[in-house]
Design a protein around this ligand. Structure first.
Ligand code: NAD
Ligand code: ZN
Length: 358
């Protein structure tokens, strides 16, 4: 097991491995035994696959389980209210404990419930996706509003993150790709050697448990370091948005759920690398192609399809588009790019991708 500490407003530990649930009877015994109720908020699909493996380690306690819709559907005001109703009916109080069991979506809604139930109760993140190495750390919680994703939420740190990598084995390939895009993003913004290691992977299936632990731990360390410096998103935290300006535009243009977030981020990173003149763009495109990222979407989507969405990006100010760029690995910065330059770069990327896809 690997463990690392996140020095947030309320510090907490992240544990990664196959044996993390053993900590329920050691390090976290006090937290569990002092709770008057323990409630698991579980992604429906994850519950059907893995709930028994979790409950096995919670046998000494009486645990109630709320099953939330799987994936993004959980991030609704209805599910949020259903969770609160469940907690109230179960007789939960300010001394109760929540366990968030699922991917980033479940973590986001369960964290939001934890932060609002009776003005806040402790919760443990038990992430089950690769992408959740990112979402489980940093304390952002959210649900979606009809007018925008993640529009309602709080900053609220978990009491701990227990990352059991056994669960990753049942992830669909598309979700593996989605999560690995955020892993390689963390490498791009931090460490050339690690980036080289990742770029050598030609199939995620070839990774062993130890490799997963290593890459996830490094990803979490990068996220944690940035969050520690900027817990409430005033400065360096924006570097985590590397690749995200175009990614969010592609997701919005295609309609949420038509492409996974990470797959869109991979395309967005390719674009940001081209805009930056980063020397490893070609290598990255080959990596995307080998690992099944949908590069063809860049061929199918025109610059005009996405420009208005990019202008709406949180980072963009009037008239210009702001991107996180990266001339050198590990040295991100934000730069304003004018529309003509952005268009020329997009068309250049389409040409390069045509070459890769041939
Ligand atoms: N809070 C943050 O800082 C932060 C950061 C990044 C992303 N997010 C949020 O995270 C969400 C995306 O998270 P995600 O990519 O983990 O997706 P997700 O939670 O939507 O899960 C994706 C799919 O995988 C399934 N699944 C989860 N674990 C599985 C397993 N072990 N085996 C088989 N299937 C499994 C789910 O049922 C779902 O269908 C988005 O809502 C995004 O806004 C939050
Ligand atoms: Zn992201």
């Amino acid at each position: 097991m690997k463990s690392l500490r996140v020095e947030a407003d309320q510090p907490y530990n992240v544990h990664i491995g196959i044996d993390v649930f053993e900590l329920f009877s050691s390090q976290y015994r006090e937290l569990l035994s002092s709770a008057d109720r323990i409630v698991v908020i579980a992604d429906k699909k994850v519950a059907s696959l893995h709930l028994d493996s979790l409950l096995q380690f919670l046998q000494p306690y009486e645990v109630s389980v709320f099953t939330a819709p799987s994936g993004e559907h959980a991030k609704s005001i209805e599910t949020f209210m259903d969770c609160h109703s469940f907690l109230l009916k179960e007789g939960c109080s300010r001394k109760s404990l929540l366990l968030a069991f699922g991917g980033g979506a479940t973590g986001d809604v369960a964290g939001f419930v934890a932060s609002t139930f009776m003005r806040g109760i402790p919760y443990i993140q038990i992430p089950t996706t690769i992408l959740a190495h990112d979402s489980a750390v940093g304390g952002k919680t959210a649900i979606n509003h009809a007018l925008g994703k993640n529009m309602i939420g709080t900053f609220y740190q978990p009491a701990a993150v227990l990352y059991n990598i056994q669960f990753l084995k049942t992830l669909p390939q598309q979700e593996v790709r989605s999560g690995m895009a955020e892993v390689i993003k963390h490498a791009f913004i931090s460490n050339e050697e690690w980036l080289s290691e990742l770029l050598r992977i030609h199939s995620f299936n070839e990774l062993a448990d130890d490799d997963w632990m290593l890459h996830l731990e490094r990803g979490i360390a990068v996220k944690a370091a940035i969050v520690e410096e900027d817990e409430f998103e005033g400065g360096v935290r924006k570097y985590l948005n590397f690749g995200h300006t175009l990614a969010h535009a592609i997701e919005a243009y295609l309609g949420y759920g038509k492409i996974t977030h990470g797959e869109a981020v991979a395309l967005g990173m390719a674009y940001a690398l081209l805009l930056s003149g980063h020397p490893r763009l070609e290598e990255f495109l080959a990596w995307c192609q080998a690992n099944g990222y949908p590069l063809e979407k860049i061929q199918e989507i025109s610059f005009n399809d996405v420009i208005d969405y990019m202008k709406k990006d949180k980072k963009s100010s009037k008239g210009s588009l702001n991107f996180v760029l990266l001339q050198k690995t590990g040295q991100p910065y934000v730069e304003a790019i004018d529309e003509e330059q952005a268009q020329a770069a997009y068309e250049q990327l389409q040409l390069k991708i045509r070459g890769v896809l041939l």
